[in-house]
Design a protein around this ligand. Structure first.
Ligand code: GLU
Length: 466
């Protein structure tokens, strides 16, 4: 079999939407799985709506997700001469014609057709013009579509789909200003890039029969098509801003990891038994278009959070430390000079659902001037606490090796000596070190702070209680 060639063809009129990212991911996975090529094509023929900012945002989103491309990015706006050439080809072969109907005439015909209960499609006035007007009148170029028969394809997701050709219009391929239209450029590009499989959203199903007819007219091989269902919000309406963030990069900013996002997106439409956790490498092995379902996926933030928590918990602390740094600086914290950030991350990654939570959880390590949780202080700071904390401090300072086991040993010794339970000292220590009643384990915190900082915080609490 010849090499598969897939593409992602976003229109740069906004950020990378989660739906677009999933389409990109499916194309990328199939290309990687079958050792083919993944091509990035920017569909910017709508010059007025396309922006460089949006191109950058799309590339940023794809790079973040790890979806690298082998060819491109190609820009349709660079290809206008090619599209012109193809229009000429169709005209020369009698497969397209110039249409001189004015927009007023077309509008009148449309209204007439609607009034008569017919479909408002082009009536073919210029299809067989005996003579071309030579008065410099503006014209569009229309594709001379077959009027009989059916156009069908076996969709890799939806099965066989057929359209009656009689239902399809003589599509405009070139406007009066000489610019090509959307369905035409997609076909010219997919044909000239030798795309073998088109995976895209099922909002394009109605374009496909028109595109197939164009491939045939251009005598190009028709690729196979896979139209994937849309992503819906919880209310089963198409996912939109109203449901929350739809930009992939917004999820990075909310503290999601790219591997969680990829894992989440792939499962919105594809399944593999009842497995839930997939790395990119797993997916390259296991992904297949046959296992993409026909029904629409519903976006579920809870599940995304669950996956994110999984990847944070199992993530490499060195990498996580790098990723959390920008969130910390947004919060005015520079880890340099404070406790080792990797060690800090290790104490927090077990419980954080997002990198944002991880950053918030890390703040107390770097800020010693916090207020003590009021309820906690009322409950756990009492008349005996200063003496206990002082005792603890003395024992910790006397330690040789300052590791978890040694620290734990100090607590055991104090409990034994005083005849108290750990629960009678630990909450006060927690509060003294972190200001809060919920924190990482106290031995871990003490180890991360080291002797000097632990001492400072215990003394601060002692002074505050007195
Ligand atoms: N540019 C189109 C879009 O963003 C994609 C067209 C296609 O994949 O064929 O929806």
């Amino acid at each position: 079999m010849s090499q598969v060639r897939l593409r992602f063809a976003p229109s740069p009129t906004g950020y990378l939407h989660v739906g677009g990212a999933r389409t990109a991911l499916f194309n990328w996975l199939l290309a990687r799985k079958q050792h083919g090529k993944f091509i990035l094509r920017i569909e910017d023929t709508d010059v007025a709506r396309s922006t460089q900012q949006s191109v950058d945002a799309i590339l940023e989103g794809m790079t973040w997700l790890g979806l690298d491309w082998d060819e491109g990015p190609f820009y349709q706006s660079d290809n206008f001469p090619l599209y012109k050439e193809y229009v000429q080809k169709l005209l020369a072969a009698g497969k397209a014609y110039k249409c001189y109907c004015s927009s007023e005439e077309l509008e009148a015909k449309r209204e007439q057709a609607l009034k008569e209960g017919g479909k408002p499609k082009y009536d073919g006035t210029c299809r067989e013009l005996a003579a071309q007007p030579d008065d410099g009148r503006p014209y569009v170029v229309r594709f001379k579509a077959p009027q009989q028969g059916t156009t069908s394809w076996v969709d890799l997701v939806k099965g066989k789909i057929s359209f009656e050709n009689a239902e399809l219009d003589d599509l405009i391929v070139q406007r009066t200003d000489g610019t090509p239209t959307y369905n035409f450029v997609v076909v010219v590009d997919d044909a000239s890039m030798a795309i073998t499989t088109v995976i895209r959203g099922d909002d394009h199903v109605n374009n496909t029969p028109r595109q197939i007819l164009l491939y045939q007219a251009l005598e190009s091989e028709v690729p196979s098509f896979a139209h994937v269902p849309m992503i819906l919000g919880a209310d089963k309406a198409r996912l939109s801003k109203r449901h929350g963030a739809t930009s992939v990069i917004a999820y990075r900013e909310m503290g999601f990891l790219p591997e969680a996002m990829v894992n989440y997106l792939v499962r919105l439409g594809w399944s593999y038994g009842d497995e839930e956790i997939f790395s990119l490498e797993d997916l390259i092995q296991k992904f297949s278009i046959e296992n993409v379902g026909r029904s629409a996926g519903v976006f579920n933030t809870e599940k995304l959070l669950w996956l994110n928590a999984h990847y944070i918990k199992n993530g490499d602390p060195v990498r996580l430390a790098g990723l959390v740094t920008p969130f910390l600086s947004e919060r005015g914290v520079k880890p340099e000079g404070g406790p080792d950030l990797v060690a800090v991350v290790k104490t927090l990654q077990e419980r954080a659902k997002t990198m944002l939570e991880l950053a918030d959880g890390a703040l107390f390590y770097y800020r010693g001037d916090f207020a003590y949780d009021e309820k906690g202080a009322a409950k756990f700071f009492n008349a005996e606490t200063p003496a206990l904390l002082a005792e603890l401090l003395g024992k910790l300072e006397a330690l040789g090796s300052f590791d978890l086991a040694a620290i734990e040993g100090v607590f055991k010794a104090i409990c034994e000596e005083k005849g108290i339970k750990l629960g009678q000292i630990a909450p006060a220590v927690r509060l003294a070190l972190s200001g809060s009643t919920a924190s990482p384990g106290i031995y871990e915190m003490i180890e991360v702070f080291g002797k000097a900082e632990t001492g400072k915080r215990l003394e601060r609490a002692i002074a505050a209680i007195k």
